[in-house]
Design a protein around this ligand. Sequence first.
Ligand code: PLP
Length: 426
Amino acid sequence: MNDFQSLTETELHELNLNLQTKYEAFKSQNLKLDMSRGKPCVEQLDLSRGMLDSVKAEDSFKSEDGADTRNYGGLDGIPEAKKLFAEMLEVSAKEIIIGGSSSLTMMHDTLSRAMLHGVKGSEKPWSKLPVVKFLCPSPGYDRHFAICELFNMEMILIDMKHDGPDMDQIERLVAADNSIKGIWCVPKYSNPEGVTYSDEVVDRLAKMSCGAADFTIIWDDAYCVHHLTDTPDPLKNILEACKAAGHPNRVLMFSSTSKISFAGAGVAMLAASEDNITFIKKQLSVQTIGPDKINQLRHVRFYKDLAGLNTHMVKQAAIIKPKFDTVLRILDSELSGKKIATWSKPNGGYFISLNTLEGCAAAVVKMAAEAGVTLTNAGATYPYGKDPQDRNIRIAPTFPTVAEMEKAIEILCLCVQIISVRKFLK
Ligand code: PLP
């Protein structure tokens, strides 16, 4: 197919009619396909069924240190969970806190405490400052941005490049403005573009000079073990980079097993320098007497070690890779060469990011919804829900079946084409 820009007006009208007929045919099928959120599918969840039996009523509930996991205590988690997840995040067991079931909760609470008390090294609580600004590499994770919005932090949009956020832009901003207190990073297989930060980006984040001495990197390593290929993207260890740069307390790392075991019933964690861990534990000890240690025990007994966890992730990939491949195959066959869209081809994570022509994404999402395909709201991947170019659409391939996916992406591609044709006809 020719690139749309080279078509005459008559050809565009003809194409429009053709596409519209196909669209109406889909519409009459009264479909209901939800691709709005990155949820694991039933088959993925079933892989962890055995975990529910990994701590049975007749078993010992004791953790490695002899503590009864059914009882209070163990603020920072049981030793074997610390060991397993420290290895996953490439930190030491002294540099990790195993929390409850959601990393988003831990990130929310971290920023909430920063507002109320400051982070380690803060002169005063962030909420006592006239303004708090946060850097938001975009497209990014909508729920990160929602936390900033809730706490009235001014979000600054940072462009994403193929190897991470635009570091020139970041270095310039943070050096000059001490009200910029932090940055959101999803460093591996980012949500939604699947970008993994390069060593250079990691080093520059660790080394850069910041106006705010308590500048904090929120390193949300949600997809650290979520590879789709057998040649995983490498990611440099940010905590080590920060230590080497003389800023050991600059980074707070987060992750969870939400998309390893059970979404919403997994295990979440926070990793940081030992000083940061001590500082945070003191605050946490007021909030809780201890997390759900039985769930931590279940996880460790089920996966056993990092090798076991990685094997589990290979099984996950076998389920979801065909779905990613389906999306990419249809995007390629329907949109390639037309110069109306570009899309990411991630090596891991949960999303494919589609960019339409400028000013088209919201109309595409609306049109797809009218044919029964629910996508993440256009704009959601940007601060304040506003994509300045109105072009990014997040595709979440994991939950639907391959057959559902085929239909949904065909409809999406039709909508992209129809809205693009309309743009040219204007
Ligand atoms: N961080 C990122 C980047 C995510 O994409 C998600 C879920 O989609 C989460 C965190 C949520 O993690 P949790 O379930 O541990 O709260």
